[in-house]
Design a protein around this ligand. Structure first.
Ligand code: ME8
Length: 656
């Protein structure tokens, strides 16, 4: 009998920047589903990749002084890039597609041509707004206050020749699909799609699928001025990666259709446009689209500009890949949004992993070592406390399966942890350390208690493997579980652990975290990252306000020579200058530039001061005028440079 096949995909991500915890969340979830299906014996194809074309990438590459291909290569394959991130996160994808791969390009041209030839793609005019300096087309909804969203300038009405996909033709079939069974989940998204995009005013509109205003895309081979506009290019990856329309792979018949795991903001593309494209091509429709929620921060979206993007590399390196994978799956119900906080992360690691799971394994293995030298005797005695634990653990696999089949990993984990917590309670109930006081009398009972605990560790280990592959391997090694009891079948029933397994006590699987200290540290790291993301040098924009010449002339700027300069006691900002201003009398000015200068280095220098400001007191001292500095921001911090002029300028010379 051939094995059940299962094809699962993540979205293909834009390599326009480093990926963040949100992308990691989706990929880890998809990885857990893929590993779960493999554990069940399915033949799995797990695909992820990158969506590399489009105007945004073209612009970013230009700003970085690179060709678009060089730019995406760096983000995808470069050090610390997307491939590295998935390797670090232990992602088990079978294939990785890049939309710039030759075979994909060829397939897209084939798909586009087929849809053109069957009449579902036609040429028409795209009516929009055009920004001449940016050479960009915009739709009305893209404009910001009626102006170009990039440069803020006026736009003009314009037309561009473009190809359109006859999406409207598939309206009824798509509606039917959305309403059928569980094609789109969570179910709440079905009404949202129908209401917002199909039964809305204007109904389902045809879709613009080509552009002539930028170059970074797959050329339409029969009309080379056009490039295929993103969604046909991107969505088709799910079949081109199997060999559809190319001879690179030959897995289409074998694996299609897929389950698509996507974020909620692209559910529309996957549940409406993608099925309609497949209908046009006469191909089978996807098995399912699951729209997961967003990880949000302080109630809002993560964004580079807000400087609150959470870095998965840093968290995985600090707390462990498995701990991070686990946290993401355990904490946020998969279909809903979840608020990410460092505190939640650290507390989940401490409570679930260090306390509940880690303690169960370490207490069990330590006691098996201490009381029986690592191997339990065959002579074991059941007790009254056993039944409840065994019943709960015996039914775990089917409850877990139910949750995983419904794409509810948080619920599957909840079931596992209920059993782990019950086992910890069982330790308190059976008090093995008391039993150990009289081994002759209670040795057999103690052996059974420890066997039951090892068995819970094993069952939990098997079911946690899709989430924490490495840590579970560690659990199996410590409890001495060989390969044949690490399988899906072996957790269908209780008691498959060998009674005489060799238990070893290893290192703590999940060290406890000092939450307070770590929160501070994470705060510092975030601050530093925010700073690093700031522009190197920033200068204040020039003023729009004009000043009339007479007013300007009233400001009396003079060259002044520094006779002496000293720090003002008790002030960390001020320097006190005694200046020769050409009048024959000393002038005293206080200036807040101590941070940038040593007083002695300024003595003898010729500076510029405005001398007709009213005198003011600072730290009890008179300051008569102000020294002029140039100011700019360096990585978000103000920096001042005194204007130091040529020493041949005599003291008191007027600047005008
Ligand atoms: O949309 N929380 O790529 P993309 C949870 N190239 N998930 C998040 C997230 C967050 N804060 N931020 C991103 C694209 N994601 C297209 C897809 S598919 C044919 C083309 C995840 O780089 C989520 O899965 O913007 C979302 O759908 C995806 O990243 C978007 O990635």
């Amino acid at each position: 009998m051939s094995r059940e096949r299962f094809y699962i995909t993540t979205p293909i991500y834009y390599p326009s920047d480093k990926l963040h915890i949100g992308h990691t969340y989706c990929t880890v979830a998809t990885d857990a589903f893929a590993r779960y299906k493999r554990l069940r014996g399915c033949e799995v194809m797990f695909l992820t990749g990158t969506d590399e074309h489009g105007q945004k990438i073209e612009e970013k590459a230009k700003a970085a002084g690179l060709t678009p291909q060089e730019f995406v290569d760096r983000i995808v394959e470069g050090e610390g890039g997307i491939l590295d991130l998935w390797k670090l996160m232990n992602i088990s994808n079978d294939r990785f597609i890049r939309t710039t791969d030759d075979y994909h390009v060829k397939s897209i041209q084939y798909i586009f041509r087929r849809m053109y030839e069957n009449g579902d793609i036609y040429k028409d005019k795209y009516v929009g707004k055009y920004c001449t300096p940016c050479e960009s087309f915009w739709t009305d909804s893209q404009l910001k206050d009626g102006k170009c969203p990039d440069c803020g300038r006026d736009v003009t009405d314009a037309e561009e020749e473009a190809y359109f996909f006859r999406l409207s033709k598939y309206k009824d079939r798509v509606r039917e699909l959305l309403l059928s069974g569980d094609f789109l989940e969570p179910a709440s998204r079905v009404n949202e799609m129908i209401h917002n995009f199909i039964d809305c005013e204007g109904g389902l509109q045809d879709l613009c699928v080509s552009r002539t205003s930028f170059k970074w895309g797959i050329p339409v081979d029969f009309d080379p001025g056009h490039v295929v506009y993103v969604w046909i290019d991107a969505l088709s990856n799910y079949i081109t990666a199997l060999g559809y329309g190319n001879d690179r792979y030959d897995d289409y018949e074998k694996f299609w259709p897929a389950v698509h795991i996507v974020g909620k903001e692209i559910v529309r593309f996957h549940s409406i446009i993608w099925p309609a494209m497949l209908m046009s091509l006469g191909e089978p429709l996807p098995k399912k689209v699951f729209g997961h929620g967003w990880l949000i921060i302080d109630g809002g979206k993560m964004s580079k500009s807000k400087g609150n993007v959470v870095d998965p590399y840093m968290l995985a390196e600090r707390y462990g890949v498995d701990a991070l994978r686990f946290f993401l799956m355990r904490t946020f119900p998969f279909g809903s949004d979840g608020n990410f906080t460092n505190e939640l992360l650290l507390n989940t690691i401490n409570n679930d992993l260090a306390n509940d799971l880690g303690n169960l394994v370490s207490r069990t293995t330590a006691m098996a070592q201490k009381y029986f030298g690592g191997t339990l005797p065959a002579n074991q005695a059941e007790g009254a406390e056993d039944a409840e634990l065994i019943a709960l653990a015996s039914g775990l696999r089917s409850r877990y399966e139910d949750a995983m089949e419904k794409f509810a990993p948080h619920r599957a984990l909840d079931e596992v942890f209920r059993v782990i917590q019950r086992a910890n309670k069982y330790i308190d109930e059976t008090t093995p350390w008391t039993l150990a006081k009289d081994m002759e009398l209670n040795g057999a009972r103690l052996a059974r208690v420890l066997y039951n605990l090892l068995e819970v560790c094993r069952i939990a280990g098997v079911l946690l493997t899709p989430f924490m592959p490495e840590s579970c391997r560690g659990i199996f090694e410590q409890i001495g579980a060989p390969e044949n009891v690490r399988t899906w079948d072996s957790v269908a029933s209780w008691g498959n652990m060998d009674a005489n397994a060799a238990v070893t006590k290893g290192d703590a699987l999940f060290p406890r975290i000092d939450v307070k200290a770590e929160l501070e540290e994470l705060e510092n790291i975030a601050e530093a990252a925010k700073k690093a993301a700031l522009p190197d040098i920033e200068i204040e924009p020039q003023s729009d306000e004009t000043v009339d010449f007479d007013t300007f002339c009233k400001s009396d700027f003079r060259a002044v020579k520094v006779k002496s300069c000293e720090a003002v006691p008790k002030s960390d900002k001020l320097l006190k200058f005694t200046l020769d201003d050409g009048t024959g009398k000393d002038r005293q000015i206080l200036s807040g530039i101590r941070k940038w200068y040593e007083p002695e280095q300024l003595v003898g220098k010729t500076l510029v001061a405005i001398v007709n400001l009213p005198p003011r007191k600072m730290m009890g001292l008179d300051s008569c005028g102000m020294l002029i500095s140039a100011v700019h921001q360096k990585r978000g911090e103000e920096e001042l440079n005194l204007i130091i002029v040529d020493d041949k300028i005599p003291a008191g010379a007027k600047l005008c």
